[in-house]
Write a protein that binds this ligand. Sequence first.
Ligand SMILES: [Cu+2]
Length: 112
Amino acid sequence: MALALSSALTVAADAAEVTYALTIANGRVPDNMRLIRVKQNDVVKLEWRTDKPLTVHLHGYDIEQELKPGAVTEMTFTARATGRFTVEPHIGRTSSGGHAHGDVLVTIEVYP
Ligand SMILES: [Cu+2]
């Protein structure tokens, strides 16, 4: 038990914990925050703020979160998979019953 717990909490030796504050206004985050580059195995924490209620979806890692004005919502994940992943807002449903996406808010690039 103690062993399992400690391994779950251990960050790989060369990995970092990185935090990004992302504020959505009028459906966008500022241009200089639209591309985030991290290293594989980094623990990435996104702190979301929004001017309107919104559901955001990190594709690939498949994390969905509801954001509310006046609150900070944390989205934390370990960047195990490399590649480019987008965070997109959900805007209603498609005719086939899936969810539809708005413009990309943020692109996350995970480098090996
Ligand atoms: Cu989605």
